[in-house]
Design a protein around this ligand. Structure first.
Ligand code: C6P
Length: 412
């Protein structure tokens, strides 16, 4: 089990107050807070060994190169990949998915082909495929959702056909919290000869992920949702696919030999890392991975499951006024609670909560097609992480109760 009181001391921001109240940070699906060790690793880099990597023979450059590549190794082990060279350091999940669309996708998806996705995707796992489909004359198909916010797989064998070249699927929904049966779907897709991309932005920070066991072809995630800084993320590609992929961006560091009119490419994975990378943040991602591994992903997942069960029960008290989205079964969902009420606009509710020190996200959560299918303009979303407590959920519920009272009766 996690010693949450102890853990909270590692996160300086958690001792902040907002409007004189202790911060209750429940916007972890947007970005997580950072522990001291991660923040200190940035200071250490800039104070002690700041330099460019893969270029210098001097000590600073070699130290920075070693630490950068060590971060890649840590991420490789963390997601159960077999080889370091199958991990490309990118800015975030969005860039990772665009890379796949404009390299593998550009050359492997053609006129008449189909890309299968779902109606619970973040725009990052939809818009790049829309663009590619238009570019190459392919079409998009969607797996619909059932009433509980889970994928309706009743007709999956009809949806995945020999025309399907790619299944692009989120591991965990950033709106509904739904955890999708990715392994099962990967098996079905592979039987039909389709490749599978998993958007792991919301899963990697919260549960043990093993891309080898899962069997996916592409897997993307962002550092900033898992204790690391913004601006660093990872794309995993199965080595046998990566070997045959064309580069994404062109320039320094991704080349081997350059002549006036042509060039050859660097070894993997650097072939996909053009220009000076985000060195400090990559190293800090390695430190974030250390922090998560030390706590144990199983323990983190268990803690969040307990918080989710607690929250589901607490929300059931407000059932008459608030509608909660997503599955009720904690085995099928993570700690993301989206809700709405016809009494208050989500933005007003979010502002009210903020005045009680509670940070939540309001809006469409970059999932407009999902919102449209639910016929909702927006929701309020509270999302948990390893440092959250049941007491903070109590505060959320108390604040929601007073908001509902305030907006119905006009006083606090
Ligand atoms: N979702 C949220 O508040 P980036 O922005 O590239 O780091 O991550 C994009 C992304 C992709 N997939 C899923 C499932 C996501 O949740 C996100 C980011 C944040 O829900 C910011 S919009």
């Amino acid at each position: 089990m996690l010693d949450v009181n102890h853990i909270r001391k590692d996160f300086p921001i958690l001792s902040r107050t907002i409007y004189g109240k202790p911060l209750v940070y429940l916007d972890n699906a947007a970005t997580s807070q950072k522990p001291k060790s991660v923040i200190q690793s940035l200071v250490d880099y800039y104070e002690s060994y700041n330099s460019n990597i893969h270029r210098g023979v001097h000590t600073l450059s070699m130290e920075a190169t070693d630490r950068h590549e060590e971060a890649r190794s840590k991420c490789t082990r963390f997601i159960g990949a077999k080889e370091e060279k199958s991990l490309i350091m990118v800015r975030n999940t969005t860039e990772a998915i665009n890379l796949v669309a404009q390299t593998w996708g550009k050359y492997n998806i053609s006129e008449g082909d189909e890309i299968l996705t779902t109606h619970m995707e973040h725009h990052s796992n939809l818009v790049p495929w829309q663009k590619l489909a238009k570019q190459n004359g392919a079409s998009l198909k969607f797996i619909e959702l059932n009433e509980d916010g889970m994928l309706d797989l009743s007709n999956i064998n009809k949806l995945i056909t020999e025309r399907t070249k790619l299944l692009a699927l989120t591991h965990m929904s950033n709106v509904l919290g739904t955890i999708n049966p990715v392994k099962e779907l990967i098996e079905i897709a592979h039987k039909m000869g389709a490749k599978v991309l998993i958007d792991g932005a919301q899963s990697v920070p919260h549960m043990k992920v093993d891309v080898t066991d899962m069997g996916c072809d592409f897997f993307a995630f962002s550092g900033h949702k898992m204790l690391a800084p913004t601006g660093i993320g990872v794309l995993y590609v199965k080595p046998e696919i990566l070997e045959h992929m064309e580069p994404f961006l062109f320039g320094g560091d991704m080349v081997s030999q350059v002549w006036d009119d042509t060039a050859t490419w660097n070894d993997l994975p650097w072939k996909f890392e053009a220009g000076t990378p985000n060195i400090a943040d990559a190293i800090a991602l390695g430190v974030a991975v250390d922090y998560l591994r030390d706590l144990g992903m199983e323990n983190i997942h268990l803690h969040e499951k307990e918080l989710t069960s607690y929250a589901l029960k607490a929300f059931s008290e407000l059932e008459e006024d608030l509608t909660l989205l997503g599955p009720r079964d904690v085995e099928r969902r993570g700690g993301i609670m989206s809700f709405h009420t016809n009494k208050v606009h989500p933005h007003d509710l979010g502002t009210f909560l903020d005045h009680d020190g509670i940070a939540v996200r309001t809006g469409h959560h970059c999932a407009m097609p999902l919102m449209r299918s639910l016929e909702l303009p927006a929701t309020v979303r509270a999302s948990f992480y390893l440092y959250n407590t049941e007491n903070e959920i109590d505060k959320l519920i108390a604040s929601l109760k007073s908001a509902l009272y305030y907006f119905s009766n006009g006083s606090h």
